[in-house]
Design a protein around this ligand. Structure first.
Ligand SMILES: Cc1cc2nc3c(=O)[nH]c(=O)nc-3n(C[C@H](O)[C@H](O)[C@H](O)COP(=O)(O)OP(=O)(O)OC[C@H]3O[C@@H](n4cnc5c(N)ncnc54)[C@H](O)[C@@H]3O)c2cc1C
Length: 466
């Protein structure tokens, strides 16, 4: 892996070997994300080992070349492509896709960063274990990306965020040094727990190459209920009921808008309408256990119905029915349904204040733009709602900025966050700055400065460029 030429790109190609890179001319699939093409990509490096990652990073550091780490590029906040004004090497982890071992005795999995989430879920399940992170992009997102974004998803209520699944990490630092923190200890108070710096750091501090995850015992019997939420104001009361009755069996508690359900059923003819009754809001809950969870689920429905919170519900009675319910949930992504400019938030507020947030945000938006469409769906059991406002194409930028500023202000006033689980990327970097106090932002900058003094790791993401 010796550098043999003054041309850094040629040297990188030599380090990586013929199947380890994609040239700039063919880089569009890597350099484009959900928002469209990114900035200039000098080369897509596709290393096959930690040593190759380290050699790539060392060479880039020596030549002052920025690096954009990339997993499955499934992020939704412009995180994993170069930005305009700073050409970069994209470092794709997708060739590092081996499951290195699953240890049933310790209930852990050791994997390379480019393993797909779904691949690890399936491997864990084959051994009677659950790899907890799960969301719609499971077939595209890598475990490295999940950790670098501290992804949330559908199982947070039961198992916590991705952060809580990580026991150890191996990271290539910005100068190419390899930090081996690949431990599988549950307890280790031997100083600062450095892995947490890299979890959720969006590739701005180093490149995660290998990981040790905690696995959980499988709860093989699952059942889901989709219910018409008649009294939205009592959402939290019903959540408490579900927690009380379901206890640890309650795995997921999701809110879906009636408008989204109708659009999904219209657009995807393979989806079956689960309920005769239509509502403005639906809840989708999953219970899981070793044995049947039907009895507590029925009891929950009856209590919710008698209390006047729910007006109708369906309990899945087969795997296919349950899958249908969750496929509807996964089609709650609104961009496919509205061809209008959008403003978006991934809102986190204290769980009991979700309804208040939706009411107040709706009032703010409609006072400014009565014809805007407010769309909300998400993991309300975690106090997290994906909130999108669609505005007519002729809505002036100043008006859209004002809507953004006022809704951001509401979220902060409610002690919330505008970036609950999807992360910051370039899209929210400027707005996130305003969410943080000067003290907190300065600490973040100091961490960045000490681990990446030349600012070459994913510049312009998470933190604003200097
Ligand atoms: C349909 C759909 C549904 C989604 N649902 C959810 C959801 O419910 N919850 C949720 O949290 N997210 C969700 N996402 C967003 C996305 O899937 C997550 O952000 C995911 O964690 C990204 O993983 P990735 O491998 O695609 O990473 P990428 O998109 O490639 O990268 C994401 C960030 O991580 C960095 N990165 C990637 N790999 C590494 C590495 N090995 N080392 C260091 N940095 C790295 C990148 O530089 C970038 O900053 C959804 C996306 C889609 C398309």
């Amino acid at each position: 892996m010796q550098e043999t030429t003054d041309d850094p790109i040629a040297a990188l190609k030599a380090i990586l070997g013929p199947s380890g890179w994609v040239g700039a001319g063919d880089s569009a699939p890597y350099a484009t994300d959900i928002m469209g093409p990114g900035g200039e990509c000098l080369l897509v490096a596709r290393p096959a080992s930690t040593d190759e990652v380290a050699a790539t990073v060392r060479l880039c550091a020596r030549h002052g070349i920025a690096i954009v780490p990339q997993g499955g590029n499934s992020n939704v906040c412009r995180m994993a492509v170069p930005l305009d004004g700073q050409a970069a090497v994209i470092l794709s982890l997708t060739r590092m896709n081996r499951i290195l071992g699953i240890d049933p005795a310790s209930s852990t999995a050791t994997v390379e960063a480019g393993v797909l989430m779904q691949t690890l879920q399936e491997a864990a399940l084959a051994g009677g274990r659950v790899f907890a992170p799960d969301w719609g992009a499971r077939g595209t997102a890598t475990v490295g990306g999940a950790v670098a974004t501290n992804g949330g998803g559908l199982n947070v209520l039961r198992y916590g965020t991705t952060r809580e699944q990580v026991l150890g990490l191996e990271v290539v630092l910005a100068d190419g040094t390899i930090w081996n923190g690949l431990r599988s200890l549950i307890k280790d108070n031997s100083g600062y727990d450095l892995k947490h710096l890299f979890i959720g750091s969006e590739g701005t501090l180093g490149i995660i190459t290998r990981l040790v995850f905690r696995l959980h015992p499988d709860q093989p019997v699952t059942q889901s209920m989709m219910a018409v939420l008649d009294d939205m104001a009592r959402l939290n009361e019903f959540f408490d009921m579900a927690r009380g009755i379901g206890g640890e069996h309650l795995v997921a508690f999701e809110l879906m808008p009636g408008m989204g359900v109708e659009k999904a059923l219209e657009r995807y003819p393979d989806l079956r309408r689960p309920l005769g009754t239509r509502g403005e809001w639906y809840l989708l809950l999953r219970f899981a256990g070793l044995d049947s969870v039907e009895e507590p689920m029925m009891r929950l429905f009856e209590q919710g119905f008698e209390a006047g919170i729910l007006s109708d519900a369906v309990l899945s009675s087969s795997v296919a029915q349950e899958r249908n319910l969750w496929e509807i949930r996964e089609q709650m992504i609104p961009y496919q349904y509205f061809a209008m400019p959008s403003l978006k938030w991934d809102v986190s507020v204290p769980r009991g204040r979700i309804v208040e947030f939706l009411d107040r945000a709706g009032q703010i938006v409609h006072a400014l733009r009565p014809d805007a469409i407010c769309y909300a769906a998400g993991h309300v059991g975690d106090g997290n709602i994906h909130y999108t406002v669609f505005v007519p194409a002729d809505s002036p930028p100043a008006m859209n900025d004002r809507i953004c500023t006022e809704v951001d202000g509401l979220i902060w006033q409610m002690q919330g966050s505008i970036v609950a689980e999807h992360g910051v990327g370039a899209m929210f970097a400027e707005r996130m700055r305003r969410q943080k106090s000067d003290v907190e932002y300065a600490m973040m900058r100091q961490i960045k400065q000490s681990l990446d003094p030349d600012g070459l790791m994913n510049p312009g993401k998470l933190l604003q460029r200097n």
